[in-house]
Design a protein around this ligand. Structure first.
Ligand SMILES: *Cc1c(COP(=O)(O)O)cnc(C)c1O
Length: 488
């Protein structure tokens, strides 16, 4: 095993060679064939620029903006850019917008919920209202912050909530109503205008989670895609989050949380002076934080520019249309939700075509998609996050999809052994033991197998699909805990 602390240090070239070797096992971050996790604009020279900028500021500490004015200046520039993209700033209906740079969408959402909660110290049992399609990070925020989560089911046809149902879920204890623009799973935009108006009527803050596509939608609109109002142009929207490490194509570790004004933002800050060290004053969750991702994001935005993002939006739009056409052309497959923006989400109406088997067959052909489990009355699906780099790959996708569908049909759906199906569908989550999960992981080839042989994830997904959400959570906690062990 590779030792992170050898007795004698290893030469730089060798360390890099070792890392390159380990990176071989990863999914491809570039090339437009991985439809989750990564966002690739396929712009020559952009990675090199971002990495140089990263290196310049990697050791800068965001703990104290007065000690490192470069970090403050770049953050303020990123916030201004995000505000402009999202309908705020001078000359708009939200001229007093302010914001913070965070490490990612989850942190932005945790802070949006914390800010709303702390604006109401008089509410003992604060609550958060979101559609059931809202990102899981809201559940995490609610869990961390002691806020109760009220999930409003979505319509199984449109995947959006009824604004009246959102309004009906608001109580005197509700500190925040949130919705997505667009949602991650299906890529649809919630009815922001109605939801924000109803929240405002009740005097409740309304957050728009535009983490995923908030940077894409405005540019898509400008290249002719019809996009409903979702940002600060909508009255009643009090905060908006947008991840720069998604459709702004920056390296990982940068999101922006915007508030309509500084008064709304104030409870976001944490300050503490009752200790003998420096008075701590933090806008975000981390205290020490690297200037690297922020400098890299600044360099990326400044180099691509407004026109660069317009061109990337055109390419994304055309790639989405191409993939959607390929899906619609295959018998037995359909688009689960309209592929209006940056997501292609497909479903199957053919009982002989198992989507999880299809995902494995696509992976075997070099297309890495994201299977989504059935949830409540929403069916299983395959999710594709589409970025600009996908466009040149589109012509090959149709034939490969047809082939993969043929192969998946020939294999037939996963048939779980009866006892495994019974276990998955009826085991009480608290009776799941680490030993049982270890045995399952071994059986499925997820641990200890030949690292070169791809495990048949369709079987794993079939087990998870048969399990309740609580059991899914427990299974995956035990599995990841099995993976995360020190290498001696
Ligand atoms: C990705 C995403 C998040 C969470 O962002 P991370 O950067 O992964 O923490 C939140 N909301 C939506 C809609 C997202 O797509």
């Amino acid at each position: 095993m590779i030792d992170a602390l050898p007795t004698e240090g290893v030469p730089a070239e060798q360390v890099l060679a070792e890392l390159r070797g380990m990176r071989q096992a990863d999914l491809p971050t570039h090339g437009g064939r991985l439809f989750a996790y990564v966002y690739d604009p396929a712009r020559a020279g952009l990675d090199e620029l971002a990495m140089s900028a990263y290196a310049l500021s990697a050791h800068v500490n965001g703990l104290d903006p007065t000690a490192f004015p470069s970090l403050l200046a770049t953050e303020n520039a990123l916030v201004a850019a995000a505000a402009r993209v999202l309908g705020a700033g001078p000359g708009t209906s939200a001229p007093d917008v302010v914001g913070s740079v965070t490490s990612g969408g989850t942190e932005s959402l945790i802070l949006a919920v914390k800010t709303a909660r702390d604006a109401h110290p008089e509410i003992a049992n604060p609550r958060l209202v979101v559609p059931s399609t809202a990102h899981a990070a809201f559940a995490k925020a609610a869990h961390y912050l002691g806020v109760a989560l009220d999930l409003v089911p979505v319509d199984p046809e449109t995947f959006t909530p009824d604004p009246a149902a959102m309004s009906a879920a608001i109580t005197a204890d509700t500190v925040l109503v949130a919705c997505s623009a667009p949602s991650y799973a299906h890529g649809v935009v919630d009815p922001v205008e109605q939801i924000a108006a109803l929240a405002a009527e009740r005097g409740v803050r309304c957050h728009v989670d535009a983490c995923f596509g908030g940077w894409a939608l405005p540019f898509l609109r400008r290249v002719g895609v019809s996009v409903p109002a979702f940002d600060f142009s909508v009255p009643g929207v009090t905060s908006v989050s947008v991840d720069l490490h998604k459709y702004a194509y920056t390296p990982k570790g940068v999101s922006v949380l915007l508030h309509r004004d500084a008064n709304l933002r104030r409870p976001q800050y944490f300050a503490f002076a009752e200790w003998p060290g420096y008075t701590m004053i933090n806008p975000v969750i981390s205290s020490t934080r690297s200037g690297g991702p922020i400098a890299a994001a600044f360099a990326t935005l400044r180099h691509l520019g407004d026109e660069g993002y317009l061109e990337l939006a055109r390419q994304t739009r055309d790639a989405v249309a191409g993939l959607a056409k390929a899906v619609s052309g295959v018998d037995g497959l359909r688009l689960l939700a309209p592929a209006d923006y940056t997501v292609v989400c497909l479903a199957s109406d053919d009982p002989g075509l198992d989507l999880f088997v299809l995902a494995d067959e696509l992976a075997a052909r070099g297309w890495h998609t994201q299977p989504q489990l059935p949830y409540a009355d929403l069916p299983a699906s395959i999710h594709l996050t589409v970025t600009a780099s996908v466009l040149p790959q589109v012509p090959q996708f149709g034939p490969d999809l047809a082939e993969a569908v043929f192969a998946a049909r020939s294999q037939g759906p996963v048939q779980l052994p009866a006892e495994l199906h019974a276990l998955a569908s009826s085991l009480p989550p608290d009776q799941l033991t680490p030993e049982l999960v270890a045995a399952l992981a071994q059986q499925f080839g997820l641990v200890g197998g030949d690292p070169g042989a791809a495990p048949r994830l369709a079987v794993v997904n079939a087990v998870l699909a048969a399990a309740s959400p609580r059991l899914r959570e427990r299974l995956l906690v035990e599995f990841v805990s099995l993976l995360q062990r020190p290498t001696w």
